[in-house]
Design a protein around this ligand. Structure first.
Ligand code: BG6
Ligand code: BG6
Ligand code: GLC
Ligand code: GLC
Length: 918
């Protein structure tokens, strides 16, 4: 009995001595609680640095956005292929995520070796090898005939701008293949797979880090999981960060997973005070000296080596093995993490230690074995402590982001060190709980690796891809081919000729109305004129003073509102209102009682028998006043003036806005023979040879024709390019079946087309979370100015979202992207259609004059042309392409069409005068 006690005493004493000895020797590796709290604080600062746009470039902890935005919600389903590359084992898997609400995942997998010559050879060969393994897997599993989405778990630091991309920042751990750094890994793999085109039909939809895969795997079972940690060959963590804190990604809504790449913590010297001579020596002998310094103190690839370096040093100092060293102890990598784990086993640990040391050619005493075991403990404990400090920093950040006093959360865990080391998990958990007492943390081991999670990410990506296809299908309806545009040009040309010919004119949808404007101002015009400008966005009354010879004009004008009930009331009310506005204006200008000549810009189709007569054929755009169609609008205006009986005016000319615009520009540039409006409505006028105008007597000279091309297509000739959305817009308009071309091109309707598309996409569940709001049901919410803002290149996504929110549309950032695309498709088509129409005219003018080349100026006006960021450019490009023999200059009408109307009035007045004198 006594002997047993003595033995026990002896052993305890021996153990104490050995432990003290090692403790003293490795004093620097034992981290106090204060030190851990300090490291935790440093890591918090590092995270902040990595997240900031300006500080990220110099941050060592890269905090990489992963474009994984949500944890699985159980709705994921389908069959996926998965690759898992970068941990201790390379695996190919097929994952089946089942549907019908049941969370059920089935996996088939196969491990493949990763020989050093592959992972440290040439990059192309590495990816070819991976593709070969995948092909082999598909062959042996009989999967060759099917197309699969593929998720790639790639456990290295990658910069991503989308899920299906990964620019390798640097290799870590055991990998060092040439020519891969700074390239897109997804593309390289896709290229390598081309070789197996016959066998492999896969679409790489997602690249995820192993931490992300792990988090997602665990989150599938526990929705509280919002952190993933790997303590394996390497070490790293990811977590869900608030978008508003991620400077590097646009948008501030919801969360995104951040791959911290904490392994690089300390690469800027931030941990020098805690690194030891062994850490430095290990680093110097590694594949990536100076890099991944935190990882090198923690992870499985390095722990054994640290132990070896310590033992060697202790032996050299005579503190172990009686000062003897074996040659094996000198060999790098001879002690592995699995050895460390075995030596630290609770019961068999000491025996294992003896065996391992003996295998290394050493002859360890009992005391040596105890000491070596303690070295292992100190090294692996330090590892767990360091991980705990960094993890505590993440948990604190999560808690603060959520503004909670206590955080309940789950951390998904994986990695061989964590899994095989007998004490590691326990120690880690304990220290974390000590460092963050206000967090209730559940540690959940990922049983099925990171690929299950990667499959979840791929499932979401594949759903997004399918949705994208649906959206693209809708947008494709608005993409016109060159042939289609030429078709429009040709048909427009036919319609122009139809409208000009006496026989076909009555049936023509492009009305080709003679305007009785025969020439351009010659600069001799002068005097004071009144002008009215009705039919665009604004109703204006103007006073125009023309000085002869100077080509100089002074304009005074006032904008008046025309309330909707007047636009759509009775004709008498409308004209009384107009006269009321004139009276106000004259009053305002101090011209009461002055009898001035007046030019009336009336932007609707009128049949004219002279310059001062115009019978309204039918209302277009937003007007619908009764008893006007079929009436002479000049007479109606005169009668209204008479009714008021306050002043008299000499109404000399009624002109369309296109004609006014052409004149305004023609005053500056005599080459201007076309007037174009791209505003509320769509129309064009041009100077035609009298001999071609069968409706008007005489063959001499030219006359301006108001084409009223807005009615193009009313006979169905462009129905092949009209979409269901165009039809819906038409049906909801004031004039169904009429002005089909205008309804595809002008400001009043583009927003409506956009709205119809958005409604449809929402119905399909592709936008606004499938909810059609009251706002979206409201006609006219997308005015031209909003479309123009949304499409501005200078606007960031957030600003687009703000505009949509102002419009009452509660959109996410993804929604905003789609809305912007929809606007772009609709306005682009409009600009192209305008281009095709205009090309038809200029080509006609060129041919009529028998010219090889035509040089011509087009006067343009209208809010769509003026405000939209791309419209004018696309219109001009299209004309250039479709009418290559015409050199078309676009001249913006700065002063509106009122000036042109006044000039026409001045010319008409001069002619009137001359006639009287004769
Ligand atoms: C596996 C995961 O379980 O763990 C891998 O599937 C991951 O994606 C690995 O890289 C990490 O551990 P180790 O020890 O293999 O590096
Ligand atoms: C104005 C002209 O500048 O543009 C009007 O003076 C014309 O006559 C108008 O109708 C067209 O643009 P919008 O966008 O106002 O319809
Ligand atoms: C290395 C890699 C990192 C990975 C970790 C665990 O640190 O850089 O991306 O997550 O190892 O495998
Ligand atoms: C409508 C009108 C037309 C006008 C155009 C631009 O198409 O019918 O007369 O020129 O809008 O305002």
């Amino acid at each position: 009995m006594f002997a047993v006690h003595l033995m026990a005493f002896y052993f305890t004493k021996l153990k104490e001595d050995q432990i003290k000895k090692v403790d003293r020797f490795l004093y620097h590796m034992r981290l106090s609680d204060e030190t851990l709290l300090d490291i935790m604080a440093r890591f918090q600062a590092e995270m902040q640095k990595g997240l900031g746009k300006d500080t990220n470039p110099t941050a060592s902890v890269k905090m990489l956005p992963t474009f994984v935005r949500a944890i699985p919600d159980g709705s994921e389903n389908g069959e996926f292929l998965s690759l898992d590359l970068g941990g201790s084992k390379f695996r190919v898997l097929k994952v089946q995520v089942s549907e019908e609400g049941k969370r059920n995942v089935q996996m088939e997998s196969q491990f493949y070796p990763t020989p050093n010559e592959i992972i440290r050879g040439n990059g192309t060969q590495l990816f070819e090898y991976v593709a070969d393994c995948l092909a082999d897997f598909m062959k042996t599993k009989g999967l060759k005939q099917k197309k699969f989405p593929l998720g790639l778990t790639f456990s290295f630091p990658c910069r991503q701008t989308k899920l299906e991309e990964g620019i390798l920042l640097s290799w870590t751990k055991k990998f060092k293949a040439r020519g891969v750094q700074n390239t897109d890994v997804v593309r390289s793999l896709a290229n390598a797979m081309k070789k197996h085109k016959q066998d492999i039909d896969v679409d790489i939809l997602a690249l995820v880090n192993d931490t992300v895969g792990t988090m997602m795997t665990c989150a599938y079972d526990d929705p509280y999981c919002e952190v993933g940690v790997i303590i394996g060959t390497g070490t790293n963590a990811c977590y869900m960060e608030d978008m508003s804190n991620i400077d590097l990604v646009e948008g501030d809504e919801g969360r995104m997973c951040i791959n911290t790449e904490w392994g690089a913590f300390g690469d800027d010297g931030a941990l020098e005070d805690i690194r030891t001579e062994f850490d430095r020596e290990l680093d110097l002998g590694s594949l990536n000296p100076g890099k991944q310094l935190f990882e090198k103190m923690i992870s499985g690839l390095y722990l054994g080596e640290l132990v070896r370096l310590i033992l060697l040093k202790m032996a050299k100092a005579g503190l172990l093995f009686g000062g003897e060293k074996s040659s094996a102890l000198h060999i790098k990598g001879k002690i592995e993490t699995r050895h460390v784990a075995a030596m630290e086993k609770y019961k068999e640990g000491l025996a294992n230690t003896r065996e391992i040391l003996t295998d290394l050619g050493l002859e360890p005493s009992e005391a040596d074995c105890i000491a070596v075991q303690h070295v292992c403990t100190i090294v692996s404990f330090r590892s767990a402590n360091l991980c705990a400090a960094a993890l505590a920093a993440i948990l604190t950040r999560l808690r603060e982001n959520k503004k909670l006093a206590r955080l309940r959360t789950t951390v998904g865990m994986d990695g061989t060190l964590y899994k095989i080391h007998p004490q590691y998990p326990k120690r880690l958990h304990k220290v974390v709980r000590k460092l963050v007492p206000n967090c209730d943390v559940r540690f959940l081991l990922s049983e099925s690796g990171s690929t299950k999670g990667a499959a979840m990410v791929t499932a979401v990506a594949s759903r997004v891809q399918a949705q994208r296809k649906q959206i693209d299908k809708v947008l494709a309806l608005f993409q016109l081919t060159r042939e289609q545009l030429e078709g429009v040009q040709d048909k427009m040309r036919v319609e122009l000729d139809y409208g000009l010919k006496r026989d076909t004119h009555p049936l023509a949808t492009v009305k080709m109305l003679p305007t009785y404007v025969r020439g351009m101002p010659d600069g001799t015009e002068k005097g004071k004129f009144l002008a009215l400008d009705l039919g665009g966005t604004n109703f204006r009354v103007l006073l125009v003073k023309i000085r002869s010879g100077w080509r100089s004009v002074r304009i005074y004008n006032k904008i008046f509102a025309i309330p909707l009930e007047i636009m759509q009331g009775t004709g008498e009310e409308l004209f009384d209102h107009i006269v009321q506005c004139i009276a106000d204006f004259l009053d305002y200008m101090g011209l009461k009682g002055a009898q001035l000549p007046l030019g009336f810009t009336f932007s609707f189709p009128c049949r004219q028998a002279s310059i001062d007569k115009g019978t309204l054929i039918e209302w277009t755009k937003g007007f619908k006043a009764t008893d006007c169609e079929g009436e002479d609008v000049v007479d109606m205006l005169r009668e209204a003036i008479k009714r008021r009986n306050e002043f008299d005016l000499d109404i000399v000319a009624v002109v369309n806005d296109t004609v006014g615009t052409m004149m305004t520009c023609g005053y500056e540039d005599p080459n201007c023979e076309v007037g174009l409006i791209a505003g509320t409505g769509s129309n064009m006028c041009y100077m035609e040879e009298m001999r071609n105008i069968e409706l008007v007597e005489g063959d001499e000279g030219k006359m301006c024709i108001n084409t009223e091309w807005g009615g193009f297509g009313d006979n169905g000739c462009i129905d092949d390019i009209r979409t269901q959305y165009d039809k819906e817009v038409d049906e909801g308009s004031l004039n169904p079946g009429k002005q089909r071309y205008e309804k595809m091109t002008s400001g009043m309707y583009l927003g409506e087309i956009v709205r119809q598309i958005l409604i449809d996409l929402t119905k399909q569940g592709l936008l606004f979370r499938g909810q059609i709001s009251e706002r979206l049901r409201t006609r006219g919410i997308f005015e031209t100015k909003f479309l123009s803002q949304i499409e501005s290149d200078r606007l960031a996504l957030l600003q687009v979202r703000r505009i949509l929110q102002q419009l009452g549309l509660d959109s996410t950032c993804e929604d905003s992207i789609v809305v912007k695309e929809v606007c772009g498709a609709v306005s682009r088509r409009a600009a192209q259609l305008y281009g095709a129409g205009l090309a038809a005219i200029v080509e006609k003018r060129r041919e009529d004059q028998g010219l090889e080349h035509l040089k011509i100026t087009v006067g343009v006006d209208g809010t769509l042309y003026k405000l939209h960021p791309h419209f004018s450019r696309i219109l001009q490009e299209t004309v250039k392409e479709l009418a290559p023999q015409c050199d078309v200059t676009f001249m913006l009408s700065e002063d509106g069409s009122g000036k042109g109307a006044a000039l026409i009035t001045a010319v008409a007045k001069r002619l009137q005068q001359a006639r009287k004198e004769n």
